[in-house]
Design a protein around this ligand. Structure first.
Ligand code: ZN
Length: 466
C-alpha cells in the first residue's frame, strides 16, 4: 500500500542533493508533501512507496536545490545601461544613488518584480535585498512572483563621505533611519509568511555613523535577524574609511563589537591582514559578487581572500548584486567565481565547481539564517528544487553534472522551479505572473524616473544611432 504525496518527481537523471553527504543520485526520485521533502531515493523506490497527487518525470533533467542569491538590489533592475564604465565613486554617487533617489514606489514595484522574474527563471528561489527606500513596494513586487525574499530598509545617516554627497531624498537623521528600519523589522521579521523575512542593513560603512551601526545591531538582536552591509568592495571604500575614521572597515566594525555569525558582509574584497584575522575569528557570512566586481573593475578577485577565508571555516555565499552590472544569473555567477580565482591565482585548484555550487545553495541558506529550512534536497527541508533541461548542446556530453552546471550552462536551461513544492516556473515560464504584461510596465517606469536624472549623459552610446 503506497503513501500519498502532493508531488512525486521520478526518473531524474542526476540529482545533486548538496546534503551532508553531498550525495549525487542517478535515476532519482523525490516525494514532497505539504511543501516539505518527505523522501529522496532511487526513483524506483520512490515510485514504489509513494503515489503522487501530481507526478512529473525528471527524464533528461538535472535537479539541484533552489539557488540562494545573497545580494541583489531589487530596486536596481531598471538601471541596466545607466552605470557602465564607472568606478566605485562614480558608480555610486553619480549613477546609482541619483537613480535610486528618483524612484517612486511604483517604479520599485516594477523593478522588484522584474528582478524576481529574472532570478526565478535562472533557478534562484530565495534572495536577500540590501534595501531601498520603498520596502513595501519591493515586497509587493517580489512576492507577486512566488519567490522567497528577505527585505530590508536602506539606512544611511551621514550625508557626506570622502567619496561624495548623497542625494537630498536619501538624507536622514540617525533617529529617523533607525525608526524606519525598526518599522520594517516589526512588520516583516515575523510576518507569518514563510516566504518573507526581514533584516537590518546599513548600506555601507562610509555613510553610516557609529550610532547608526550600533542601533541597527541592537535591532537585529532584538528581532533575531541578519545585520548586513556592503564592506570593503573597492580600494576607494577602504581608503575613505581610513581617511575618516583612521580604521579600515572591518577594524572599525570590530572596535564597535558588532561582528558575529548573524552578520552578512557583502564583497569583502579589499582586506588588510588584520581584517582577515578578524573575519576568521568572528565568522560572519561573506558574499562574493563576481559580476559586480568584474563590471566595475573593483579588483575583488585580484586581491580577495575568500578562498583562504573559506579554508578557515568562514561561510561564503554568492550574490549577483544588481542588473546594472549585466547578469542576474546564478550559474554564470558560479562560473565567474571559480574561473576568476583560478585565473588571478594562476591555480586551477583554487576553487572547484563543487565549492561554487555550495556557495550558491547550502552556504547561501546559512547566510539567510534559514539553513535548517532550505539550501539542500533532503528529508525535512522545504521543497525548493530546480530542474535543468539537459537536451541542450551545453549539457552534452553529460559526464559530470556539477562541471556542466558551473562551467557550461547558464540559467537559460532552467526548465522547472519549485518553491515549497509549488511550481513557480513551468517549462521555462513563470506561473504566478504574466511576463508579457510585466515587460509592458517597464517603459512607463523608465519614463517616470528619467525626468529626475541627467539620463542621456548616463547612457554611454559611443556609436552613432540613427
Ligand atoms: Zn550591492
Amino acid at each position: 500500500m503506497s503513501e500519498e504525496a502532493d508531488l512525486v518527481l521520478s526518473d531524474i537523471d542526476w540529482l545533486i542533493t548538496v546534503d551532508n553527504g553531498r550525495r549525487v543520485i542517478r535515476d532519482a526520485g523525490i516525494a514532497v508533501n505539504e511543501g516539505r521533502i518527505v523522501a529522496v531515493d532511487k526513483s524506483a523506490e520512490i515510485v514504489k512507496r509513494y503515489s503522487g497527487r501530481r507526478n512529473l518525470s525528471g527524464r533528461s533533467r538535472v535537479a539541484t536545490p533552489g539557488f540562494i542569491d545573497c545580494h541583489l538590489h531589487s530596486s536596481f533592475q531598471l538601471s541596466r545601461g545607466l552605470a557602465d564604465e564607472a568606478g566605485a565613486q562614480s558608480f555610486l554617487f553619480e549613477r546609482m544613488y541619483p537613480y535610486e533617489a528618483a524612484l517612486e514606489g511604483e517604479d520599485v514595484r516594477v523593478s522588484a518584480t522584474l528582478a524576481a522574474a529574472e532570478l526565478l527563471k535562472h533557478g534562484v528561489t530565495c534572495f536577500i535585498d540590501p534595501g531601498n527606500y520603498h520596502p513595501e513596494s519591493s515586497i509587493e513586487g517580489a512576492l507577486s512572483t512566488g519567490i522567497r525574499f528577505i527585505v530590508s530598509r536602506s539606512s544611511f545617516d551621514l550625508t557626506k563621505s570622502v567619496l561624495g554627497i548623497l542625494p537630498d531624498r536619501m538624507i536622514e537623521t540617525t533617529g529617523v533611519a533607525l525608526e524606519r528600519a525598526e518599522e520594517v523589522l516589526y512588520r516583516y521579521a515575523k510576518s507569518g509568511n514563510p516566504k518573507l523575512g526581514a533584516s537590518a542593513c546599513f548600506r555601507g560603512l562610509n555613510n553610516a555613523s557609529d550610532a547608526l551601526i550600533l542601533g541597527l545591531r541592537k535591532l537585529a538582536d532584538q528581532y533575531a535577524t541578519l545585520l548586513q552591509t556592503h564592506a570593503c568592495f573597492s580600494y576607494s571604500t577602504h581608503d575613505s574609511s581610513l581617511a575618516r575614521t583612521g580604521k579600515a572597515e572591518i577594524e572599525r566594525l570590530e572596535a564597535l563589537g558588532v561582528i558575529d555569525e548573524r552578520m552578512l558582509l557583502v564583497h569583502s574584497g579589499w582586506l588588510e591582514p588584520e581584517e582577515v584575522a578578524i573575519i576568521a575569528r568572528r565568522k560572519p557570512s561573506l558574499v562574493c559578487a563576481p559580476s559586480s566586481s568584474l563590471h566595475n573593475g573593483y579588483g575583488n578577485f585580484l586581491f580577495g581572500k575568500l578562498p583562504e577565508l573559506m579554508a578557515l571555516g568562514v561561510n561564503v555565499a554568492i550574490g549577483s548584486d544588481h542588473a546594472s552590472s549585466g547578469i542576474v544569473d546564478m550559474p554564470q555567477e558560479m562560473r565567474l567565481a571559480c574561473c576568476c580565482y583560478k585565473e588571478t591565482r594562476v591555480n586551477p585548484r583554487v576553487m572547484p565547481p563543487e565549492t561554487a555550487l555550495e556557495m550558491a545553495t547550502i552556504n547561501g541558506a546559512k547566510a539567510t539564517l534559514w539553513g535548517d529550512r532550505i539550501g539542500s534536497i533532503e528529508v525535512g527541508k522545504e521543497a525548493d528544487i530546480v530542474l535543468f533541461d539537459t537536451r541542450r548542446p551545453e549539457w552534452q556530453p553529460l559526464l559530470n553534472p556539477v562541471s556542466n552546471l558551473v562551467y557550461s550552462a547558464t540559467g537559460d536551461s532552467v526548465r522547472d522551479v519549485f518553491i515549497a513544492g509549488e511550481q513557480v516556473v513551468a517549462d521555462g515560464h513563470l506561473t504566478w505572473i504574466d511576463e508579457g504584461r510585466l515587460f509592458e510596465e517597464v517603459p512607463a517606469a523608465v519614463s517616470r524616473f528619467k525626468q529626475h536624472l541627467k539620463f542621456d549623459s548616463m547612457i554611454q552610446l559611443r556609436w552613432p544611432v540613427s
